[in-house]
Design a protein around this ligand. Structure first.
Ligand code: HEC
Length: 196
């Protein structure tokens, strides 16, 4: 009798384990069979975007404008024969991507934008931008319905990684804030992936 009970105990434990693992696999968006999940895709895209953006700001803009003082960075980079701003580099890339694919889109936004066009517009954007400012180091993910389409929307903090970030924003006449500090969240990268 005792043996029988411990045998059923082991079986039910095993079944609970298998059911649990199966449920985890279904809920955990990073283990969808036959493909990568929207979250994995968004995180990977963001890793590339953030790295390129940091490299450009640190090794090109900050080094040449602040350390070496050989060139300036300017919104009117063509007329001024200057470097495009990091945000302009980012947008030029985003625009070129939008001509190539509709599998995803991305923008750089802020609750305190120099360019009012970069204000969050949808409810999810507003909620996500506020969340990443209030919870430094965390990302924000949510499904979003816009018109007839459903999107997986991921929002990542965009932080002051170089002195040039805060020097320029704090001094800019159109900036609603002049007290950004190093490593502070200045805005966010919004990546949108159509699903369903
Ligand atoms: C030389 C000036 C300059 C530097 C350096 C700079 N920015 Fe900006 N940034 C701007 C301007 C101007 C805009 C608005 C550009 C546009 O959308 O036309 C902008 C846009 C942004 C935006 C979108 C919201 C907004 O303000 O319009 C974020 C977020 C941002 N910058 C963060 C950063 C971070 C983080 C860094 C450093 C990695 C950085 N910026 C470096 C001038 C600068």
């Amino acid at each position: 009798m005792k043996d029988y009970r411990s045998f059923t105990g082991v079986i039910s434990l095993l079944l609970t384990g298998i059911a649990g693992a199966y449920m985890f696999a279904c809920v955990n968006s990073s283990s969808i069979p036959n493909g990568i999940s929207p979250k994995t895709m968004a995180d990977a895209l963001h890793a590339v975007m953030e790295s390129d953006r940091t490299v450009y700001t640190k090794n090109v803009v900050n080094r040449l404008t602040k350390d070496e003082k050989v060139i300036t960075a300017s919104e009117h980079w063509q007329d001024d024969k200057a470097l495009p701003l990091p945000a302009q580099m980012f947008r030029m890339g985003a625009e070129m991507v939008s001509e190539k694919t509709s599998d995803f889109s991305y923008t750089l936004q802020s609750l305190w934008p120099i360019n009012k066009q970069n204000m969050p517009k949808t409810d999810v954007e507003k909620e996500g931008l506020t969340f990443i400012v209030d919870n430094p180091g965390q990302n924000y993910y949510k499904e979003e319905k816009l018109g007839d389409s459903t999107y997986f929307t991921a929002i990542y903090p965009d932080t002051a990684v170089a002195p040039a970030c805060i020097a320029c924003h704090n001094a800019h006449k159109d900036s609603p804030r002049s007290d950004f500090k190093m490593r502070e969240v200045m805005g966010g990268v919004v990546i949108r992936i159509p699903i369903k």
